[in-house]
Ligand binder design. Structure first.
Ligand code: HEC
Ligand code: HEC
Ligand code: HEC
Ligand code: HEC
Ligand code: HEC
Ligand code: HEC
Ligand code: HEC
Length: 311
């Protein structure tokens, strides 16, 4: 996979000056679209005036080529999903009306993807706050970018990476006023203010996913998809900071993490049934508490010695 990424990137750096683009790149047809759709600006030939025209690209239509080549659909042509008529520019106006496939259109009822449990996920999504508010309009693609989605929780062995990837899916909307407003018609609540009861907010958002607190845990699914209302969100510290933390049933349950967990903090969480999350973080604090303890002990001893001497 690394190799593919490198080929992809090097193409963009060196491809432009070479004459054999098509050979150095596995998928020349995709490249034709990305010439415009991976850049801030694009050029086209105006047949009416006979001039070359240069324009700014809508930032929401610029695709991240590195993320595409890391995604599950990297082997697709653009026109596997979009109409081949997009090859012409200006694009035909009626292409806007084209229905696009949903995840279930392609993955539903397919044995080879059974382990992902697409149908069960859909049933969970249909219970969520988003579905209740917006129905079918809140499609899977609102969270899952079909161009770039990668099954990170399933495949990564790094908690921080899993958390970052997952939270960006939520923040892409909850932290983007324009996107949020497009869906809801009103401004997004400031997440920092909404969560101001949570100490070390930045640290928490690095170490736990939004879905840890905002979904009902479903044991049979790798990723719980039923986002519940804010009244039901986890607020009690002990739900996580206790020996039987809910994180063991959610974030820390992945085999891919457990395989790598022999060393380091996560190993403690998983193997030691009385381990409490958040107690291994700071060696400095540990040292400080030992120093304070020794100093107190020292104080008591010295005090006692003086009392004995005085007597
Ligand atoms: C010459 C530059 C250029 C090329 C090449 C190009 N596009 Fe576009 N595309 C644009 C621009 C600019 C827009 C913004 C809307 C517009 O101007 O029509 C756009 C819009 C789109 C949209 C959004 C349509 C909408 O309004 O909802 C899709 C989807 C799309 N392009 C797909 C493709 C695909 C697939 C290809 C390759 C087969 C492709 N484009 C090739 C410039 C280009
Ligand atoms: C696996 C299917 C799939 C492939 C492959 C695919 N797209 Fe898309 N594309 C979609 C879907 C679905 C949407 C609509 C997303 C939504 O609902 O917001 C979309 C939206 C777009 C948009 C509009 C952006 C937006 O946010 O509305 C552009 C531009 C676009 N695609 C260009 C491309 C280009 C260029 C390629 C090739 C590199 C490509 N797509 C490959 C499924 C695909
Ligand atoms: C146009 C049909 C199509 C759509 C729409 C589509 N997929 Fe896929 N998807 C595929 C195909 C085909 C593959 C296999 C690609 C390959 O092997 O290179 C795949 C691969 C995957 C994989 C990796 C499977 C594996 O174990 O290798 C996941 C996960 C996935 N898709 C999730 C999704 C999600 C989530 C959505 C909706 C946001 C979605 N797909 C939409 C056709 C589609
Ligand atoms: C509110 C946002 C949201 C919506 C809506 C959503 N998902 Fe997800 N989904 C996620 C997040 C977050 C993940 C975890 C990402 C990761 O690390 O793989 C995920 C993961 C997945 C996975 C990978 C699970 C695994 O076992 O590896 C699949 C498959 C999936 N979603 C399918 C769907 C389908 C199908 C829909 C629509 C019916 C959908 N999702 C709607 C947020 C969402
Ligand atoms: C430690 C648990 C926890 C985490 C992690 C967490 N939340 Fe929350 N969230 C809550 C609680 C509890 C509330 C309800 C707060 C209240 O009503 O006072 C809430 C409220 C919300 C609301 C409702 C805002 C409103 O008032 O309408 C949104 C939206 C939200 N969270 C999104 C997110 C997103 C996005 C993330 C990830 C970046 C996230 N949350 C991470 C616990 C959490
Ligand atoms: C495409 C935009 C979008 C994405 C992506 C998205 N949300 Fe939301 N979310 C919304 C909107 C809009 C609302 C307001 C719903 C309403 O008006 O009731 C909302 C509401 C919420 C609420 C508050 C429900 C309440 O009781 O008020 C929570 C919690 C929440 N989202 C969590 C998440 C989490 C967690 C993720 C990622 C897994 C996520 N959202 C992804 C748009 C989004
Ligand atoms: C969703 C689970 C969850 C909830 C709920 C939660 N935390 Fe945490 N907290 C964590 C995780 C994970 C860490 C990261 C520490 C680690 O990796 O050991 C952390 C870290 C901390 C730290 C830093 C510990 C250190 O060693 O630096 C403090 C302090 C803390 N939490 C306090 C709280 C308080 C107070 C609450 C309730 C208001 C709370 N947490 C709620 C999961 C949670």
């Amino acid at each position: 996979m690394k190799f593919r990424v490198i080929v992809f990137i090097s193409f963009f750096f060196f491809g432009a000056s070479s004459n054999s683009d098509a050979q150095s790149y596995q998928d020349p047809q995709q490249h034709a679209c990305l010439k415009c759709h991976s850049n801030q600006s694009y050029t086209f030939h105006n047949d009416v005036t006979g001039m070359e025209v240069k324009r700014l690209m809508n930032p929401y239509y610029i695709l991240d080529t590195v993320a595409i080549s890391a995604g599950v659909h990297k082997s697709f042509d653009c026109t596997d999903c979009h109409s081949a008529e997009y090859e012409a520019y200006p694009h035909q106006a009626n292409l806007k009306l084209e229905p696009l496939s949903s995840c279930l259109d392609c993955h539903g009822g397919d044995e080879s993807y059974a382990k992902y449990k697409f149908e069960e996920i859909q049933a969970e999504v249909e219970k969520s706050v988003h579905h209740k508010a917006y129905g079918e309009d809140f499609s899977c693609s609102k969270c899952h970018n079909q161009h770039t989605y990668a099954a990170t929780a399933r495949n990564s062995d790094n908690v921080l990476e899993i958390v970052d990837y997952s939270n960006k899916m939520c923040l892409s909307c909850h932290n983007d006023m324009k996107k949020y407003k497009l869906v809801s018609g009103h401004n997004n609540p400031e997440l920092v203010e909404v969560h101001d009861w949570l100490p070390n907010q930045a640290l928490h958002f690095q170490h736990v996913r939004c879905i840890e607190c905002h979904t009902e845990v479903v044991d049979s699914l790798m990723v719980s998809h039923n986002i519940v209302g804010k009244e039901q969100a986890v607020k009690k510290c002990v739900e996580c900071h206790s020996a039987d933390s809910r994180l063991k049933a959610s974030l820390y349950k992945y085999e891919n993490l457990q395989k790598r967990s022999e060393n380091g903090g996560l190993g403690n969480v998983l193997t030691n049934s009385s381990y409490v999350i958040g107690t291994h973080q700071s060696p400095f604090l540990k040292l400080l508490s030992i120093i304070i303890f020794l100093a107190t002990l020292g104080g008591v001893i010295i005090h006692s010695i003086f009392r004995i001497l005085k007597k």
